[in-house]
Design a protein around this ligand. Sequence first.
Ligand code: AMP
Ligand code: ZN
Ligand code: FE
Ligand code: FE
Length: 285
Amino acid sequence: MRIDLHTHSTASDGTDTPAQLVRKAAAAGLDVVALTDHDTTRGHAEALAVLPEELTLVTGAELSCRLDGVSMHMLAYLFDPEEPAFLAERELVRDDRVPRARGMVAKLNDLGVPITWEQVARIAGDGSVGRPHVASALVEIGVVPTVGDAFTADWLADGGRAFVPKHETDPFEALRLIKAAGGVAVFAHPAAVKRGRTVPESAIADLAAAGLDGIEIDHMDHDADTRARLRGVADELGLLATGSSDYHGSRKTCVLGQYTTDPEVYGEITRRAFGAFPVPGAGGA
Ligand code: AMP
Ligand code: ZN
Ligand code: FE
Ligand code: FE
């Protein structure tokens, strides 16, 4: 069984539509794929409508969080997408991305870069707008050669010249919301140092005590030493260890199924979710 628990579509900053993504996942020989767009579940209906028979879709989202000033991402799986409190929080985070992206365009204009909001909005389409869309606009007008090159202090990296922060959820609140909606919570790429500051191990322990289910370990942004260290953390804290591609279509270099999750871990995630689902408002289950 090949299981990839973290991918993005055009519902956020991936470049494949949800339909294209599930077809490619099946063609890549995956048995299970999770669609985890940033702060939204809106790609799920399309993915489910055309889901190849041999593929299982894990519904999910990647929630933008911040702890003590450090941005972090929380993967939420198999929650009730209609549960009102979590839905409202996702909408808040997603809606705030628009004025924030406009703010980054304004900063770029002040730096003499002739990018427009219309251009970014066209690239983002109806997906949650994010820095990768702004980065694609910068590639389009020849300011940087690749999307990755826009994530520097000169441009869009955390604290960079054109960076604007967005609303991000407290991760302890995120855990409460995910659990109350019957979902399972996995801390995405917890040690992805090239993206900026990361949270200390003590914070992972605090999150584990607050109900965190797992951490994503096998990920392109973790080197071998980091993975070994994180396996130790997961063992010590009793956390599930996942692996995934964080596929973004052509906006990133990784391919579907580049890293995968152990079937036993996947089984445990589904047991935890379906044991609690759907019990809206039950809390903490
Ligand atoms: P945003 O949520 O709008 O702040 O954008 C964050 C997204 O940008 C992440 O989810 C990644 O997909 C992408 N990203 C962050 N850091 C980098 C980087 N160094 N290189 C390429 N993409 C990045
Ligand atoms: Zn992304
Ligand atoms: Fe992420
Ligand atoms: Fe991601």
